[in-house]
Design a protein around this ligand. Structure first.
Ligand code: ZN
Length: 398
């Protein structure tokens, strides 16, 4: 008799309007250690949240991090990771992980990519070698990596893209979602940790595409929901569209996704955005912004964004953020952080990243609490006021 596999379970604990506080139970995050939502997921591109050891990411409270399929496939290779027991064991991260499908990286890193109905031909950004990602190949790689949540292979439509082009891209993406699911169902028992979690398996999420067109987003959502995934992502955002458009697309898409499944917006955002999206009913988000900004000396604080390299911090004896209790703010001064950044010391990236992650993860903790006690609108107002008082936007793609 074939084994019955259990994907994730999602439980809603509190609601405030359309916002929800809940728990996602996964093989590597279950029971008391389940992922609390709304959640922000730090990005661990090549099997490392850049500049921070796994034990510190754990201490900061992250229960789920991302890995990037494209990068791990090219280096060290998914078969090596499989032989090492999967990504959890290879990088020594006992908690939950999510891998993207590789579609977005192929889209953003490869000028020479060629999309056919079968898949995407692309060249490695490392050595120029030729590769082909198909839906089946992407899922095969993601099963070898063994994240708790994996994503269907999709085409991320560029911005701007006209209606006809977006329509065609959407049809490809929906066909690929079906192929991704069929391959996953046939091969999910091959995940490297199958024997450690009897009866549990990875969970495959669908990805809503459709560019900036509400009717295509709706169609994409409805056709994916008919395929029945345990969770749904909204993809194809943060592709250089204006930020008000990002919000409009999320707003237009969410009502077409089932209430009893997790909803994940990929690649967002600034603090005031992730709070707003949580208020709109988003459960999961990820972004390189806090970690990438940190490596450029840009800190998110309760007083707004600050560039720690600024001369005005040269003799500032205060912590990076007076309201933050992270290990960096408890111990080091702005003067020292400024000195490390000015001297380009590696420790500068480490400490800045730890603080920014603490800020994002603590903010989501506040969001969850605010949903439970009904104060989310005032939290959003506070975070927005701080953002308005800060300097302009931070370049996220430098
Ligand atoms: Zn801090």
């Amino acid at each position: 008799m074939p084994l019955t596999y259990t994907p994730l379970t999602y439980t809603i604990d509190a609601e405030l309007g359309v916002a929800r506080r809940g728990r996602i139970d996964l093989p590597h995050a279950s029971g008391e250690a389940a992922v609390q939502t709304p959640v922000f997921m730090p990005v661990g591109t090549v099997g490392s949240v850049k500049a921070v050891p796994q034990e510190i990411v754990e201490t900061l409270g992250a229960r789920v991090i991302l890995g990037n399929t494209y990068h791990l496939y090219l280096r060290p290779g998914h078969e090596l990771v499989r032989r090492m027991g999967g990504l959890h064991k290879f990088i020594s991260w006992p908690r939950a992980m999510l891998t993207d499908s590789g579609g977005f990286q192929v889209f953003s890193l490869n000028e020479l990519r060629k999309v056919t109905d079968d898949g995407v031909h692309f060249r490695s950004h490392l050595d120029g070698s030729s590769h082909l990602f198909t839906p089946e190949r992407s899922i095969e790689i993601q099963i070898a990596l063994g994240a708790d949540i994996l994503m269907v292979f999709d085409e991320c439509t560029e911005y701007p893209a006209d209606y006809a082009r977006t329509r065609k891209s959407l049809d490809i993406t929906l066909a690929w979602a079906e192929r991704s699911k069929a391959y996953f169902e046939a091969h999910k028992h091959e995940v490297p940790w199958a024997a450690d979690f009897a009866g549990r398996t990875q969970s495959l999420f669908g990805i809503v595409q459709g560019g900036m067109y509400p009717d295509l987003r709706r169609e994409s959502a409805e056709r994916l929901v008919a395929m029945d995934f345990p969770g749904y992502a909204i993809g194809g955002l943060s592709v250089s569209e204006p930020r008000h458009l990002t919000r409009e697309v999320i707003e237009a898409t969410l009502p077409h996704l089932p209430k009893d499944k997790p909803r994940y917006v990929m690649g967002v955002g600034y603090p005031e955005e992730i709070v707003e999206y949580a208020m709109m009913g988003v459960d999961m988000m990820d972004c390189v912004l806090p970690t990438r900004a940190a490596r450029h000396g840009l800190l998110f604080t309760s007083e707004g964004r600050l560039n720690i390299k600024n001369r005005r911090f040269a003799e500032d004896q205060g912590p990076a953020d007076p309201e933050c209790t992270c290990m960096v703010c408890r111990r080091y001064t702005r003067a020292y952080l400024r000195h490390l950044a000015a001297s380009q010391e590696p420790l500068s990236m480490v400490l800045n990243t730890i603080h920014n992650l603490a800020y994002y993860l603590d903010l989501m903790q506040s969001v969850r609490q605010a949903i439970a006690i009904g104060t989310l609108p005032s939290l959003l107002a506070r975070v927005r006021a701080v953002a308005r008082a800060s300097a302009g936007p931070i370049a996220t793609h430098s």
